[in-house]
Design a protein around this ligand. Structure first.
Ligand code: HEC
Length: 160
């Protein structure tokens, strides 16, 4: 009697294992349709044009450092609204969320500033040239650690 019981258990065990294998295989097949599994080209060399970086650094020190900090580290307590109910200047050195934005979006934020009445970021359109805005973005991106830059690059590729 016991032997028969054992046999039944063995069969159930084998059956369950087979089912599991089939399920895993299906998962695997579905996984290959997942967008996350799409190959992304490797990040290119970082922006290293010394003349552009020098210009960007100058633009940053003259116009941005007073709020965003000399090394783009952001205002202290930048995650907390100030007494007027607005957020202080966030870091641009890769420790904030600036890297979640494409170059285009960063350029728009810098040109147009905060949405009116919703923040204290000034608009730089008319005060800085397009070349200066590109240079300042290149400069603060040059402060990003490599993994942040890679994540930004990958996101920018996926957004296309
Ligand atoms: C008067 C202070 C001040 C100055 C000067 C200033 N900013 Fe800002 N900046 C802010 C604030 C505050 C925010 C957050 C905006 C919001 O909450 O709407 C911000 C946001 C930003 C963002 C968006 C960051 C993100 O994480 O989404 C970028 C990019 C930026 N600033 C770049 C610059 C650059 C480049 C300059 C110089 C050309 C500059 N800022 C000058 C206060 C300033």
């Amino acid at each position: 009697m016991n032997r028969i019981k054992n046999r039944i258990y063995v069969r159930i065990f084998i059956g369950a294992t087979l089912l599991l294998l089939v399920a895993c295989d299906n998962d695997h097949k579905m996984g290959s349709h997942n967008l996350d599994a799409m190959p992304v080209p490797a990040a290119p060399e970082r922006q290293q044009d010394p003349a552009q970086l020098a210009m960007g650094k100058q633009v940053f020190q003259n116009n941005c450092a007073s709020c965003h900090g000399g090394q783009a580290e952001g205002a202290a307590n930048w995650r907390k609204k100030d007494m007027d109910g607005f957020y202080p200047a966030p870091p641009l050195n890769g420790s904030g969320h600036a890297w979640h934005h494409s170059t285009e979006v960063l350029g728009n934020v810098i040109s147009n500033g905060s949405v009116q009445g919703q923040g204290k970021m000034p608009a730089w359109k008319g005060k800085l040239s397009g070349q200066e805005i590109s240079a300042v973005i290149a400069w603060f991106q040059s402060t990003w650690p490599q993994p942040v830059y890679d994540a930004w690059f990958e996101m920018q590729q996926r957004g296309r």
